[in-house]
Ligand binder design. Structure first.
Ligand code: T1G
Length: 697
């Protein structure tokens, strides 16, 4: 293993150059190389200063996350940063690309810092359920003050070089080769007799209202615990000496590293990347992707068109008539105005997107040159088949025909064309230009390069793309139907929808299932229940109170009333008094005596239903790996990132306990709570879902 840190002297300056592709993560070898480099520089009498630079696209992206969970290896990062700082030589860092986490902590351990104008610095450990554990919580507040340090560490945001200069994280910003500008900078420092300047020797940050900061952080964190811990670490930087503060930081860091939340977030970090790396696509080139067609300019179609335009794809959107086409243009321009307001695009870009890149048409002949078409019309199989037959005739040979259907059989849709190998499902989530999840639904005859193109489109649109097989609801909606049913059963047995919503937001969901239903439209679930009625199993327990609500015309936000009442033009909502009446009526009909539920039981039942159905989805091969299901729930259904997803959550809870609870619930309702065979076999073999992830590649 070659040393990833090279050593060379340039005059009186020793240059330590890190080369650990792809992002110079601080692996043990890099840490050892930096430590040895410092020793070597200090042993060389001609050397007066040290310059640290990174090879490739980044200075340092942080600690090597692949080492987490393994036995710690010396030198540890906090000691390395202090070792650098305590050198009798003047030490500087010259940064480019990203300098994140431990990378910034190494830089804060140097005495002077210079960076490229395009460099970005940050402490994103918060997104891993951790805190900066190599002195970041102790050195940063000494430079920026406590409030700003807390904001930087809790947001985990990347700070542009100009702001970093203002904050005192950088001494200079200069364009050029990082090593060249670094050497010139250090030579200037030496010529001016600049002193060593240890950040740890700066005065401690002034105290702030720690309890208010701590409470505020936890409130914003919505169940995430490390945000509060970060405040406590900064408090230590203000109240304790540096060495004691470092001890405190280390203790807090190690606590978080053992936490389920950190395990969940690290699981999410790796799998949001791994989920799109399908072994079967190795070496399979995607087809050309320059222009796409969209059929239907409603909310979904307009969202898909917006996402494609923002990804610099040309778009031809087909609507049934000019009026509908104009309305679609209005929706797309509205979406792009939002991107303009948020600074994602400039005005000239907006103008170009809405004129040159976007074409609205009412004739399928306009699709002759597109490489891929996404159909986003009414969720009715007959309508879909008619559209696909027309696409088959209108689109060029090799064009990919995709359906945005959220549950219909893509095999059946493909059979309506002469080119089933070119047909695929691309299930976007509303709003399609905002939600990160894309389910790539692979039908029996879908060609490998069509699948590869689906993932390529997802990548171009900035999505987290997950492969799904064909079944009713694919991965996400199928699992949603299960845990939503568990919630409805609890309502009939005595838990109020409002208590359930509150228990689930307490668990960490952005919204509870009933508020989500109101947002999406209760008529969607109503249609699904009617569609499935014919195939219903006689033992299936199907609440009807929600159907009564829909029969009265209450579809949620869009009609002003659902589980909640919505005042026109305001986001405020209150429980709908009609709901308890409908529930009581059904309980009376069914002769149910309602009982109390604790929040813990609500969460447990809800999660067990989610895990049980997810296990079936994995076992049937609808999802490739358990981690794929986790990514679907994280990026499409508001599952809290610190939980890692339902199957990571189940592993961390212990599968035996989850199975025991499911078997207990099955005593009340053997049909709904039939344990997934995969779950039973994993428990029997003492294996975890993560074992399957590792086996799944
Ligand atoms: N460790 C190990 N591998 C990493 C890594 C890291 N820190 N960062 C990225 N990779 C891998 C990644 O898995 C992918 O691998 C490849 O590099 C390219 O990444 C003590 C404890 C740097 C902005 O949290 O935010 O320091 O899939 O596809 O879109 O206080 O990666 O190719 O096999 O994301 O250009 C803190 C995490 C660590 C930064 C680049 N640092 N990384 O984005 O490429 S904890 C982070 C990122 C820490 C100290 C604490 C991004 C990126 P593969 P990529 P990208």
């Amino acid at each position: 293993m070659t040393n990833p840190v090279t050593y060379e002297t340039q005059g009186a300056i020793a240059v330590l150059r890190i080369n650990n592709p792809p992002v110079n993560a601080l692996s043990q070898a890099v840490r050892q190389g930096l430590s040895d480099g410092m020793d070597r520089a200090e042993a060389d009498r001609d050397v007066k200063a040290v310059l640290i630079v990174g090879e490739g696209r980044a200075f340092i992206a942080g600690a090597d996350i692949t080492e987490f969970g393994k036995l710690p290896m010396e030198p540890n990062l906090p000691d390395l940063c202090t070792r650098i700082e305590s050198s009798p030589l003047l030490v500087a860092a010259s940064m480019h690309g990203v300098t994140l986490g431990g990378g910034l902590e190494v830089a804060l351990g140097t005495h002077y810092r210079i960076a490229q104008p395009t460099a970005r610095l940050g402490l994103p450990e918060v997104h891993l359920g951790l805190l900066p554990g190599a002195g970041g919580t102790q050195r940063l507040p000494r430079l920026t003050g406590a409030d700003k340090a807390i904001e930087i560490m809790i947001s985990g945001r990347q700070i542009k070089a100009a702001e970093a200069l203002e904050l005192g994280l950088l001494d200079k910003v200069e364009e050029g080769d990082p090593q060249e500008v670094g050497l010139a900078f250090v030579n200037e420092l030496l010529a001016n007799g600049a002193p060593r300047r240890a950040v740890s020797e700066l005065p401690a940050a002034a105290p702030i209202d720690w309890e208010a900061a701590h409470a505020g952080a936890l409130k914003k964190g919505r169940g995430q615990i490390n945000v509060g811990t970060i405040v406590r670490a900064v408090q230590a930087a203000s109240e304790l000496g540096f060495a004691e503060g470092m001890e405190r930081e280390r203790g807090l860091f190690m606590e978080l590293l053992q936490s389920d939340q950190s395990k969940g977030m690290i699981h999410a970090f790796f799998n949001e990347r791994a989920v799109s790396n399908l072994p079967e696509l190795k070496g399979v080139a995607p087809r050309a992707l320059n222009a796409i067609g969209v059929i239907g300019g409603g909310t979904m179609g307009a969202g898909i068109a917006t996402a494609a335009l923002l990804a610099k794809l040309d778009v031809v959107l087909i609507e049934t008539g000019q009026e509908q086409a104009d309305a679609a243009r209005g929706r797309i321009e509205g979406n792009l105005q939002g991107a303009l307001k948020r600074g994602k695009i400039s005005q000239p870009q907006y103008d170009a997107l809405t004129t040159k890149a976007l074409t609205l048409a009412t004739n399928y002949a306009s699709l002759g040159e597109v490489d891929l078409v996404v159909e986003a019309v009414f969720e009715d199989m007959a309508v879909k088949k008619e559209v696909f037959a027309k696409l088959d005739a209108a689109c060029k040979q090799g064009a990919i025909l995709a359906s945005n259907t959220s549950y219909l059989d893509v095999d059946e849709i493909a059979a309506a064309t002469s080119r089933p190998e070119d047909v695929i499902g691309l299930h976007f989530f509303s709003p399609a230009h905002v939600m990160k999840l894309l389910e790539v639904v692979v039908a029996d005859k879908t060609a490998a390069d069509v699948v590869a193109t689906g993932f390529e489109l997802g990548k171009r649109l900035g999505k987290i793309s997950v492969r799904s097989g064909v079944c009713d609801g694919f991965i996400g909606n199928r699992i949603l139907a299960a845990y939503r049913t568990a919630a409805d059963h609890m309502v009939l047995d005595g838990a109020s929808p409002y208590q359930i919503d509150s228990a689930l937001t307490g668990f960490g969901f952005a919204m509870g299932p009933f508020a989500v239903g109101d947002l999406a439209g209760l008529d969607i679930g109503w249609m699904t229940r009617k569609r499935k009625a014919a195939d219903r199993h006689p033992d299936e327990r199907v609440p009807t109170y929600a159907d009564r609500l829909c029969e009265e015309g209450h579809f949620g936000r869009k009609t002003g009333a659902g589980y909640y009442l919505y005042e026109a033009g305001s986001r405020a909502s209150v429980p709908n008094p009609r709901i308890p009446e409908l529930i009581a009526a059904e309980q009376a009909e069914l002769n149910i005596t309602p009982r109390d539920f604790s929040d813990e039981e609500i969460v447990r039942r809800y999660m067990c239903a989610m895990v049980n159905e997810a296990a079936k989805v994995v076992e049937e091969g609808i999802a490739r790996r358990p981690a794929d299901v986790d990514m679907v729930l994280l990026f499409g259904y508001g599952f809290p990132r610190y939980g890692g997803g339902p199957l990571k959550w189940a592993d961390l809870q212990g599968l035996a306990g989850v199975l025991a609870d499911i078997e207990h619930y099955a005593q009340e309702d053997a049909w709904f709570w039939k344990p997934a065979p995969l779950l039973k076999s994993l428990v029997a073999d003492g294996r975890s879902f993560d074992d399957l992830n590792r086996a799944g590649g």
